[in-house]
Structures are given as structure tokens and as C-alpha cells.
Design a protein around this ligand. Structure first.
Ligand code: PCA
Length: 204
């Protein structure tokens, strides 16, 4: 049985819950086809500890795919992230009170990494199911981008597909619940070998 590691984040910025973890934890143990199942874990929202937590999970679980998720306050759609950048620039302190400004995620690392998930197929599957979704060209410069960058830095050469999804605070009332949207995004990622060719671009 293969493992798809799915992470969410603990609450931050004085919130009491983080919808990314509320959705991810409900998918713990869910089967993806015959050969794989989701294992869900929560990451701390702290620059100093999130990466180490993730590194430990990856070495313990040896996952065949990793999808990290976090909350994007103010966004109203599922954001399938395309790119992680090598910069920390925190607008607010993290949960340990740290607020790095313009520091690299990995000193000397490449400027950016791309998601290795089938991001267009994921957006299409979500939209077909009535979920507002889009390719996002930036995962920000806070802890989510840091985790996304560290994930890609570690796994791109290992050939393990990985990426990041930002979830909205709450989907509009006429849309499927977040947990169903996340289940669909994860299963599409797992089951899609070759991404679909469909624009996810923006002019501005
Ligand atoms: N969102 C933050 C960090 C944790 C989370 O859920 C971010 O977008 O960086």
C-alpha cells in the first residue's frame, strides 16, 4: 500500500481553526484506488519548525506523493499552486513570534521550483464538480511558501511528485464542502499521469 502524505496547518494569526487542517484530517485513511491511501498530518505554522516536521514525516512515511495545504486568507477559490520561491518575507509574525524579512528558504538554492502535480487537471476536475478553482502563480512569502519550497527542494530529484494547495476560508454556500473539494483534488493528482493542456495563465 502506497502513502499519499497530505498536510494541513495549525491555526495562525489569532484564528481558532485552520480550514486546511480541518479538511485534511477528515481525509486521513481514505483509499485512493486500490494501491494507495491518504495519511494526514498537521504542520506547525512556524518558520523554524515546519520544515523539520515535514522532513521527519517524509523520512518516516516514505510517501509516493506529498500534497501540502494551507489557508489563503482572502482568496475565494481553491488555489492550485504552480511555483514556490526561495524567499521568506513575513507580513505578520509566525506562531513562534518570528518574522523573517527577505531571507532565503534555502541559502544558495534555486530561485524557484515548480509543482510536480498535474495542476491543470486538478483545476479542471474541481471546476467540473462545481468548485471555484484556479492555478495560482504565487503561494505568497510566508510559512506555506517556505514549506512548499522545502518540499520541492527535497523531492524533485527523488522523483516523488509533490505540490501545494491553498484553500479558501470557506467555500460559498452553493459549492461542495471543502473536504470534498480536497478529496477530489488529491485523487485527481494521484490518478493523473500526464497533465491536461488547458490554460491557467493570466495577463495581469
Ligand atoms: N497559511 C499560511 C501559513 C499557514 C497557512 O495555513 C500561508 O499561506 O503562508
Amino acid at each position: 500500500m502506497q502513502t499519499v502524505l497530505l498536510t494541513g496547518f495549525e491555526p495562525f494569526d489569532n484564528d481558532l481553526v485552520n480550514p486546511s487542517w480541518e479538511a485534511a484530517r477528515q481525509l486521513d485513511g481514505v483509499q485512493l484506488g486500490e494501491g494507495a491511501r491518504i495519511v494526514a498530518h498537521c504542520l506547525p505554522c512556524a518558520f523554524a519548525t515546519a520544515g523539520e516536521h515535514l522532513r521527519r514525516l517524509i523520512s518516516e512515511l516514505n510517501p509516493a506523493m506529498v500534497i501540502a495545504t494551507g489557508l489563503a486568507p482572502g482568496r475565494s477559490e481553491m488555489s492550485i499552486e504552480r511555483v514556490a520561491i526561495n524567499i521568506n518575507d513575513a507580513r505578520i509574525p509566525d506562531n513562534l513570534g518570528q518574522q523573517p524579512i527577505d531571507t532565503p528558504v534555502v541559502a544558495g538554492g534555486p530561485a524557484a521550483y515548480f509543482s510536480t502535480l498535474p495542476i491543470k487537471a486538478m483545476v479542471k476536475a474541481l471546476r467540473d464538480a462545481g468548485v471555484a478553482a484556479a492555478v495560482s502563480q504565487t503561494a505568497g512569502t510566508f510559512v506555506c511558501n517556505q514549506v512548499f519550497y522545502l518540499l520541492q527542494h527535497r523531492l524533485v530529484e527523488a522523483g516523488v511528485r509533490s505540490g501545494f494547495i491553498h484553500v479558501p476560508s470557506a467555500p460559498p454556500a452553493d459549492q461542495p464542502p471543502l473536504v470534498e473539494a480536497l478529496r477530489l483534488a488529491v485523487s485527481t493528482a494521484w490518478l493523473t499521469e500526464t497533465d491536461v493542456r488547458e490554460t491557467g495563465g493570466q495577463v495581469s
